[in-house]
Design a protein around this ligand. Structure first.
Ligand SMILES: O=C(O)CCC(=O)C(=O)O
Length: 277
């Protein structure tokens, strides 16, 4: 990890925005060249899935996509973004889950049905006894297609809802909960969101195929949420990327890490000691 990434540390303003609203939008996180290259490999991945039988008229939800391309793996410890992730969660983190979503035009007329609102992490929300629920993890969504206008299969959120354990949905299944907004994101935008933020996908009523890459970071004591067959990447990854890809000395080290388990902490001690605590 090059120390120049420290220019991208979380600012106090970003911290306040994330703490209060539950999300943070970073424009131009990817360059036009990166967007083009990632789009090409995403399109290839999508085509391969269609060849394998995926219905091209429905959204493709594809977890465990990192081993498919080094371009995908390169975002795991992406310098403009990872410092903000550790700025929020600290250093005992890894990528517990990642998925690629391609949403083709639905070909259907726009309707007003209530979307599939949820918080992340499934049973965690029912089984952890605390209020508000603990943060535990966040996702970074890299937008490859243009969803800067509504109706394009936008990612929807309810700002500030991350501290609410329940969500009141329209009883008749029509319309969206109070405070809901579409995230308007140009290609290259990275959107951070707290796992507790109430959020949802939405239908793509436009003629632009929507493409987003989601990277979920959480504490090293959280289990992976998809197969995460990334072990083959360990050998050619530098120590911090290897940590992000789930490497560790042993299981106890997920809970009580030694320095060897968490090279990110060792690196922070040298380069940003305040963040190594
Ligand atoms: O596809 C989307 O816009 C939403 C994705 C989502 O719900 C999730 O990553 O948990």
């Amino acid at each position: 990890m090059d120390a120049s990434c420290l220019a991208h540390r979380l600012t106090e303003q970003e911290r306040q925005q994330f703490n209060e609203a539950g999300f943070l939008q970073i424009e131009n996180a990817l360059s036009p060249a990166q967007i083009a290259a990632l789009t090409e490999v995403t399109d290839r991945t999508y085509e391969a899935k269609v060849q394998q039988g995926h219905d091209p008229h429905t959204a493709l939800f594809y977890p465990n996509f990192l081993p498919d391309s080094d371009l995908f793996a390169d975002l795991v410890d992406y310098a403009p973004i990872l410092p903000k992730v550790w700025g929020i969660l600290g250093w005992n983190i890894y990528l517990y889950h990642a998925h690629l979503i391609v949403t083709p035009p639905s070909g259907k007329p726009q309707d007003n049905k209530t979307f599939g609102w949820h918080q992340d992490s499934g049973r965690v929300n029912a089984e952890i006894e605390s209020h508000p629920r603990p943060r535990l993890s966040l996702k970074v969504a890299y937008f490859l297609s243009d969803t800067s206008e509504p109706g394009r299969g936008n990612f929807w959120i309810i700002p500030g809802s991350h501290l609410c354990d329940t969500l009141e949905r329209p009883a008749d299944g029509v319309g969206q909960p109070e405070g809901a907004i579409p995230v308007l994101a140009k290609p290259g935008t990275a959107v951070f969101f707290d796992r507790r933020l109430w959020h949802t996908a939405s239908p793509n009523w436009s003629n632009i195929t929507r493409k987003i890459l989601f990277y979920g970071y959480g504490y090293r004591w959280i289990r992976t949420k998809d197969d995460m067959t990334v072990q083959s990447l360990w050998e050619r990854s530098d120590p911090i990327r290897r940590q992000m890809l789930g490497w560790g000395v042993n299981c106890n080290g997920h809970f009580s890490p030694s320095d060897e388990d968490v090279p990110l902490r060792v690196w922070l001690r040298e380069h940003s000691p305040e963040e190594a605590k």
